[in-house]
Design a protein around this ligand. Structure first.
Ligand SMILES: NC(=O)c1ccc[n+]([C@@H]2O[C@H](COP(=O)([O-])OP(=O)(O)OC[C@H]3O[C@@H](n4cnc5c(N)ncnc54)[C@H](O)[C@@H]3O)[C@@H](O)[C@H]2O)c1
Length: 440
């Protein structure tokens, strides 16, 4: 098969698309903010990660939460009350994010919804003139990621992806030193994640709870009946809405490896593993190893969703091996080793961070949101601009494709597209519920 050009790839995606997300009239309500203006945030998706967004906006200088949005009324009311307590005033609230996007009192949005929504909300946010903080993974599939990168360029607002370790001072410091040659030439980045997740069981079809708008929860995803093991959180483990543990957690440490090793698109992607621990509705693996090969370098990720046995004494981390030594990086600090495994340096941060409880106060997320505020008000460079974040995300989405098809993928290293495998390319996009087709 001949390789589709980037332009063709995007064109194909748009063919057949109805009007931009039917009924949506992208009006631009955007204030021009000066260095002293308060940046007003709308927070979308409130059950879990939304709390960290709200707390981090509170910690940022001269920033506010003015609007909160969730399709689950119970979550909306609870979060609005928490926002009022935190900021001392009641935010506007509603279940339809399109109303939030119309509000002149929102300059920037944060997105912490299920992943079938991320690219849609981010692109529609840009079309409405808003700046965007979108949780990792920034899209549900590679085509959406590519469209989001194009949309950012087209609409010109800032888009920061929520891989917050990019804003961790000790990580920034050690990666600068890796770039300066502290371990020679890095050639192997090894990333991992551990958790002891419970089974999600076999879902039962039940009536939609009266506090949930299931139609608006589904949005772009073709309609399915409501079951009792999807919302909240367990959608992560279904292809229809989620992206599995590699995107849920690999996104953080694989991104560190890419950054530390200064790499872009790999040549080859492989993945193997399975759902070994439980038998239930969970559609992804709970045990996976994946690797990304480059000329003279490689990145691996190992994800164990149902095993608490640590690796290097840590539930997550990245180990970078180079020609002169190795560096171990995690959220709490780093260690530097020589080639004979002698520890020659160690640093532990005293800022509050957590590797597991991401609803709580976290200095990395505070700094990452502050960075977006700085970009909006004063042109500060973003630490995870979407064109960079999208590379890590797409690589891990391709790892999911390699796992699903049980074969090696070969990529065009100029753009990350799969070469010579139409079946794999078909899995780099998805169908939409009528009226929710994505178009720039
Ligand atoms: N950066 C991090 O460290 C970090 C940590 C946790 C989660 N996350 C990411 O945050 C995202 C959310 O994860 P979570 O665990 O909070 O999920 P969750 O299921 O706990 O919460 C998602 C919320 O989104 C709401 N929602 C669904 N559709 C909506 C819509 N159309 N409009 C408004 N609200 C809608 C749901 O009702 C729910 O309250 C995921 O992408 C996840 O990967 C990132």
């Amino acid at each position: 098969m001949s390789k589709p050009s980037r332009r063709q790839f995007l064109k194909d995606a748009a063919i057949g698309a109805s009007a931009v997300l039917a009924g949506w009239n992208a009006r631009s309500y955007a204030r021009i903010l000066g260095a002293n203006d308060r940046v007003q945030f709308g927070v979308i998706g409130l059950h879990g990660r939304g709390y960290a967004h709200m707390e981090s906006v509170k910690s940022a200088s001269n920033a506010d939460v003015t609007y909160v949005c969730d399709v689950d009324r119970l979550e909306l009311d609870k979060f609005a009350a928490a926002t009022q307590k935190t900021f001392g005033h009641a935010p506007a609230k509603g279940k339809d994010f399109r109303r939030l996007l119309e509000s002149p009192d929102v300059d920037a949005i944060t997105i912490a919804t299920p992943e079938h929504w991320h690219a849609h909300m981010a692109i529609m946010g840009l079309q409405a003139g808003k700046h965007v903080y979108v949780e990792k993974p920034s899209s549900h599939n590679p085509l959406e990621g590519e469209m989001l990168v194009e949309a950012q360029k087209k609409y010109g607002r800032h888009v920061q992806m929520g891989n917050q370790q990019r804003s961790s001072p000790h990580t920034i410091d050690i990666i600068k030193r890796i770039h300066a040659g502290i371990i020679g030439k890095p050639y192997l980045g090894k990333a991992w994640y551990r958790n002891t997740r419970a089974s999600i069981g076999i879902g039962k079809q039940i009536p939609v709870p009266d506090h949930l708008d299931w139609d608006l929860w589904q949005g772009p995803a073709p309609r399915r009946p409501y079951k009792d093991n999807i919302h909240p959180y367990n959608w992560h483990w279904f292809w229809h809405w989620g992206t599995g543990e590699t995107l849920n957690n690999g996104t953080h440490e694989v991104d560190l490896c890419l950054w530390a090793m200064d790499l872009g698109w790999p040549k080859i992607v492989t993945a193997s593993g399975g759902r070994y621990h439980f038998t239930d509705d969970w559609e992804f693996y709970d045990t996976l190893t994946t690797s990304f090969e480059y000329d003279h370098a490689m990145i691996t990720w190992e994800g164990l969703s149902c095993q608490g046995k640590l690796s290097e004494g840590r539930g997550r981390g990245a180990l970078i091996h180079g020609t002169k030594g190795s560096v171990l990086i995690d959220r709490a600090g780093y260690q530097v080793f020589d080639l004979d495994d002698r520890k020659i340096e160690e640093f532990t941060t005293d800022t509050k961070t957590s590797t597991t409880d991401l609803r709580s106060v976290d200095a990395m997320t505070d700094a990452h949101i502050q960075n977006l505020v700085g970009a909006i008000r004063a042109g500060e460079a973003l630490r995870s601009p979407i064109h960079e974040g999208n590379v890590s995300v797409t690589m891990l989405q391709l790892s999911n494709v390699a796992w699903k098809l049980n074969r090696t993928l070969h990529l065009d290293t100029s753009n990350g597209h799969v070469v010579g495998d139409p079946q794999a390319s078909a899995l780099c996009r998805r169908d939409y519920e009528k009226g929710w087709e994505l178009k720039l």
